[in-house]
Design a protein around this ligand. Structure first.
Ligand SMILES: C[C@H](O)[C@H](O)[C@@H](O)C(=O)CO
Ligand SMILES: [Mn+2]
Length: 419
């Protein structure tokens, strides 16, 4: 099944099949095309960044040594272009502050829009919108695992100034692209062993965040997001910015809450948190990830949880309130393939959710017909979703099915092998 006429025939049959259950395939594809996933720059270089002021730490770890890690912004942009060319639709890019372009050492509290002009120019040419993140790790001032919650006022101020600079950069990105740049704040702060005082660091973090967010920047330009975590390597006993901490912070300060799929207890799922948190916070940012036994940031695969996340967004009609970002890093496989696999899977899961007869399922549930609800949900799994996805890839001008791997292998030989 590869020629366009075969694809069209399969698509036509699939469309008819979906029609019989009341699903409008064209409408689903239109919505999918308007849904952008924010691809994270840090998969391309193992979270190394370009300011080279510290080793990766703060609980973040990347394993593997596949050849061809991007070492410069130019290489990273080339790799991203390759990945985008294999993914249907128009996606976003999520950039960390440590990926600025610096011609002299510039500390994190001194970064400015000029250090991201290269990224902004590239993004404009590629029709890609940018999201942003202050980088509160891999830096000597974060060496003891504390930043915004540090007992030392000078260290706190350094990171507050970094956060303020990042908000200005994000606002400039938002202005340039004509839509809000999401600026996500994750800090590693925590303790390896049992704290004697769990309160004071949380008070200090609240105070630092309030200072950092003091300037009211219009939400059409940038949106502040805050990301909680359960534990990290080196912060096993206590994380200052826990889920409850940021839930309260986001509610009281009207901020976007970021839910990372790897940042909860192993049997806890973020799919169940979407409808609950959206009753209280204006918007969510998701870091779609895959933890294997811990917050291991494996490449996103087609798991039940990935499907459940997208079903929740679609069933709740939350596509305009949930920003979908990715957060994984695997250096044991071709890094471009990692992006392509994870992003294509995320889009596939969104499409699957859009092809569900949601109104019927919800009606059955209201009527108490849980037998039919389960039966139809299970029948949904074998509907001809693949034919719709293949058609969408073909119509979007990107490889159908496994064909994208040929392009990645070629790039591996032509470009990555020569680095
Ligand atoms: C590099 C990212 O900002 C980082 O992964 C953060 O989002 C996170 O999830 C930390 O565990
Ligand atoms: Mn994350």
């Amino acid at each position: 099944m590869s020629s366009t006429s075969n694809l069209d025939a399969a698509f036509s049959l699939a469309t008819e099949h979906y029609q019989t259950i009341g699903v409008d395939v064209d409408a689903a594809l239109k919505t999918l095309a308007q849904t952008a996933v924010s691809m994270h720059c840090w998969q391309g270089d193992d979270v190394a960044g370009f300011d080279h002021v510290g080793e990766l730490g703060s609980g973040l770890a990347v394993t593997g040594n596949y050849r061809g890690r991007a070492r410069t912004a130019e290489e990273l942009r080339g790799d991203l272009e390759m990945a985008y060319s294999l993914i249907p639709g128009q996606q976003r890019l999520n950039l960390h502050a440590m990926y600025g372009e610096f011609d002299r050492p510039v500390d994190r509290d001194e970064i400015g829009v000029e250090h991201f002009q290269g990224w902004m120019d590239w993004a404009r040419d590629q029709h890609v919108s940018l999201d942003f993140n202050p980088s509160f790790f891999s830096h000597p001032q974060a060496a003891d695992g504390l930043t915004l919650a540090h007992p030392d006022k000078g260290i706190r101020q350094f990171w507050i100034d970094h956060g303020i600079a990042c908000r200005q950069i994000a606002a400039a990105m938002g202005d340039a692209q004509g839509n809000a740049c999401i600026n996500n704040v994750w800090v590693p702060d925590g303790y390896k062993d049992t704290p004697a005082d769990r309160t004071a660091p949380r008070q200090r973090l609240t105070d630092s965040l309030d200072k950092m967010f003091a300037d009211p920047i219009d939400s059409s330009r940038m949106l502040d997001a805050v990301e909680c975590k359960l534990f990290g390597i080196g912060s096993e006993s206590y994380v200052v910015g826990s889920h409850e901490f940021y839930m309260g912070y986001a509610i009281t300060r009207n901020k976007v809450l970021c839910l990372d799929a790897g940042h909860f207890h192993p049997t806890e799922v973020i799919s169940d948190k979407i409808s609950a948190t959206l009753l209280y916070v204006p918007e969510l940012l998701l870091h779609v990830s895959r933890g294997v036994r811990w917050d291991s940031d494996h490449v996103v695969t087609m798991t039940d949880e990935l499907q459940a996340i997208m079903q929740e967004i679609v069933r709740g009609q939350y596509l305009d309130r949930v920003h979908i970002g990715l957060d994984f890093f695997d250096a044991s496989i071709n890094r471009i393939a990692a992006w392509v696999i994870g992003t294509r899977n995320t889009l596939k899961a969104i499409l699957m959710a859009l092809l569900e007869p949601t109104a019927d399922l919800q009606q059955l549930e209201r009527e108490g017909d849980f037998t039919a609800r389960l039966a139809l949900m299970e029948e949904q799994r074998t509907m001809p979703f693949g034919a719709v996805w293949d058609y969408y890839c073909d119509a979007s001008g990107v490889p159908v099915g496994r064909q994208w791997l040929t392009a990645v292998r070629q790039y591996d030989a032509d470009v990555l092998a020569k680095r």
